[in-house]
Design a binder for this molecule. Structure first.
Ligand SMILES: [Ca+2]
Ligand SMILES: [Ca+2]
Ligand SMILES: [Ca+2]
Length: 238
């Protein structure tokens, strides 16, 4: 069983490394995230408290890569937990083949979004990515949510669900959280790690990944097979 797991992870590594252009060094990892400017402030002025955090996204699984992803600092008005609902259409391309652009646009447009960050490289098993977060707002409390695809699934993703960053008194909070895995409900599940033949993404196949698999129209649910933690997020007050 163990040997099979290692083989699967090696295959996944072979598939993922070429097309997602993995950043191995810490220096290049730091350049792999991007801050998206919000356009609420039409005059460019910013008001409120200045906050700074260091966010470390860790892949603690032994065979599931994490895809590029989207993170957002937000108020209580926003939630990325769609359990029991039909997924917003923009989640499909992230949950099925790790493309983060549509979902970043969607999240930027939601009420309660303070600042959106994209992680533009995958995080392989045992690796991590560090992301400094600076923002200014008069709103509180504040939360951090984020989504990255579990690559060896059909439409599975790890969700960091509203971890408190700033409490109602403006106190900044450090935390360590294991993200739970969800199923977007947009594609039939095959065995974990079954590759392109199982409808799961193979970055070397480009756009063929978009329609690879059997479509479903189910509600978002906790992932029925992938219960092990893949993404762990450590927030430190900077
Ligand atoms: Ca599914
Ligand atoms: Ca698929
Ligand atoms: Ca689909």
């Amino acid at each position: 069983m163990k040997a099979l797991g290692i083989l699967v992870s090696l295959l996944v590594l072979l598939f993922v490394v070429p097309a997602f252009s993995v950043c191995a060094s810490e220096e290049s990892m730091k350049s792999a995230y991007e801050e998206l400017e919000m356009d609420d402030d039409e005059d460019g002025a910013q008001e409120g408290m200045e906050y700074a955090f260091e966010v470390m996204i860790m892949n603690v699984h032994d065979s599931q890569p994490l895809s590029p992803g989207v993170f957002v600092v937000h108020t209580a008005d926003l939630s990325l937990n769609f359990e029991g609902e039909i997924a917003p259409p923009a989640l499909e391309s992230l949950a099925e083949y790790g493309s983060n652009a549509d979902f970043a646009d969607y999240v930027e447009g939601l009420d309660g979004a303070i600042k959106v960050y994209t992680v533009d490289a995958p995080i392989l098993p045992g690796m991590n990515a560090s992301m400094p977060m600076d923002f200014q707002t008069s709103k509180m409390p504040l939360y951090l949510s984020g989504v990255m695809m579990d690559v060896g699934t059909n439409d599975g993703y790890a969700l960091l669900d509203a971890v408190e960053l700033v409490d109602e008194d403006g106190m900044e909070l450090s935390s360590t959280t294991d993200a739970e895995n969800y199923d977007a409900g947009t594609e039939e599940n095959q065995l974990l790690g079954s590759g392109f033949e199982g409808g799961q993404p193979d970055p070397s196949r480009g756009e063929e990944n978009i329609e690879n698999g059997v479509p479903t129209e189910e509600m978002v649910m906790v992932h029925p097979e992938l219960s092990e933690t893949v993404m762990e997020v450590v927030v430190t007050v900077a």
